[in-house]
Design a binder for this molecule. Sequence first.
Ligand code: SF4
Ligand code: SF4
Length: 701
Amino acid sequence: MVGGDGACMGCGEKTAVHLIVSAIHASMQPHVTQLVARLDALISALDQQARDLLSAGADLEAAASAKGSVAVPVDATKAERLRLLNAALHDLRDLKWRYVEGPSGNGRASLAMANSTGCSSVWGSTYPYNPYPFPWVNHLFQDSPSIAIGLFEAHMRKMTDNFVAVRRAELLAAGAYDAARDEAALSELDWKQFTDEEFALCPPIVSMGGDGAMLDIGFQNLSRLLASGKPIRVVVLDTQVYSNTGGQACTSGFTGQVADMSAYGKSQHGKTEARKELALIAIAHRGVYVHQTSQASASHLISGVLKGLHKRRPVLINIYTPCPVEHGLADDWSQHAARLALESRAFPYLTYDPDGGPSFADCLSLEGNPSPNDVWPSYALKYVGDDGAEQTMELPITIADWAATEVRFKQHFSELPASQSGDELMLFHEYFAASAEDREGRTPFIWALSKERKLRRLKVSPEMVVLAAERQQFWSQLRQLAGLEIPVTVHDTVVRQMESEFEQRADALRLDYEAKVAVLKASLPTQIARRLAEGLLRNAGTSAAVAELIASLPPVAMPSSAKPSSGNGSPPKIGLNSAPGAAVKQAAQTVPVVPASASAPGASATQAAATAVANDDTLVLEAYIDSARCTSCNECTNLNNRMFAYNADKQAYVKDARAGTFQQLVVAAERCPVSIIHPGSPLNPKEKDIAKWVKRAEKFN
Ligand code: SF4
Ligand code: SF4
């Protein structure tokens, strides 16, 4: 996973492509197995039909005594039927051969790929290292989307012919085939009418290229593909630079990034433009499933790819693929680089599913981003203190903390001498959050480590502050589109409205509260007595003494709006045969009344109290983890490290269930390889899609 084929050691592209190709291959296999079994059954059924037809009317006695061949009477109808069966059998046997053997001897390929020229085409085709066991074609930098469209049309024609053969054979096997009726329909079949199972059997056509090919040079070709509505799977290997041609700046690069044609000099300090966001452009095509991901979370990458394979629409998988050569990373650093880019909001994850619903918020998910409600996620910096002891410092992981780990940004950081006074220094995240006035005369810095793991201070350039603002703006815009954040202008209006409503509601709430307290004070002793008596009744069996005790409890008045269970206003009786549940309900109805009209606060408080008592058996489950079985795989802590944390034994526990969403609890439970996370009950019943997440949580509670 860290090299091989023709790629540089540690190339992030290779890992991402391995994951995608493996996921496609694995998802295709069960469908192929099922189809081959179906073909076997059809071949057997049609072959039997043909034999029965042929032997029908044969003179068996003559056949038994004959020494040579026996003539079988075949009329024109029978001959036509035999011709049909024979042709169908030929098609089915040919199709089966293609799936289990085929020209390659390895059966039908699981996908086909059109590769734009770039690193991926070079390391993917350097003789003798071609890593792909499927049809693969390479053309000019800009051309893989266009080639993919052509391949798709031809490929779907071929798949249609296959499914026509299978559908015809099924009609014949069922004795329901009518040439005049069915051939007309079969001749018009195309991929849009495929069943889900037929569609799942179509090996995907993948168009793959780097950011230079897809964002710059081949952008119009890509746009045409995305607008076409055709279910072609586009994979963009986003290295944020022209890696293969020596590292020229690309529109996918970041502000301040140093590359060829965006050098660091006196008047210009690296790239001055903001990064172009291909994912947003793809979303603007309105019908594209978009998944932005990286190897930082293999489960996020693979789950998005697998979901995309079911979509009958274009799919764009935009993957951050660290390039050790052009980013200046160690050979074993790609995965760390991808994770730092994710955590620092340099490269946020997103999934846009146009089938999610009518609004952007329905379609856009930011699942997979750590601590989505914080400006920056945090991390623990472990270092060796002046006394030689191990120390830990909790710090936000800012864009500067990420950029400082890559040579492409190295000119933006310089070591501060130990002698420099701390007064004018300001931690980068504080500087970023400060007003222009408060920044005056201050120098932003971040903490870093020396080789001996001692603390160092790195001064951060103004370009990194600009980059931080741009990345935070993008993150905020994504949150707004996903319905997680209200835009500032809308927010101000909403706040003003809320403030004016607040005063009005506060008085009503206070009255409600006071009335509720009065009700509870009056009713609770009786409720408790009844509960105790019921408990005694359950434990004492048929004790007349306990029944008498219950009957002797003082009556309580009924709310004017509630009907007494006995229908005559007398206090409910709890007999020896009363079910405990019924007794509880009856008890709940015997709340003392606060006479008032139905619209008065007192009335609603009375009803609320009655409901509260009636519902007091409702079970609220807390989220928890069977920590002793935790494998420390990081899945849950990567998802939200404020919600999940490790204990001293490096086993995960739920640190704060309120530090994220119920959705995150459920997703963590689903990702946990040993299924030990129990999401409990949602804390916020108004959370988006809560019913769906509660349903998905069921099997873990
Ligand atoms: S130059 Fe970068 S992207 Fe290209 S093969 Fe080498 S490491 Fe991979
Ligand atoms: S996902 Fe499961 S196994 Fe992995 S760290 Fe969390 S609790 Fe442990």
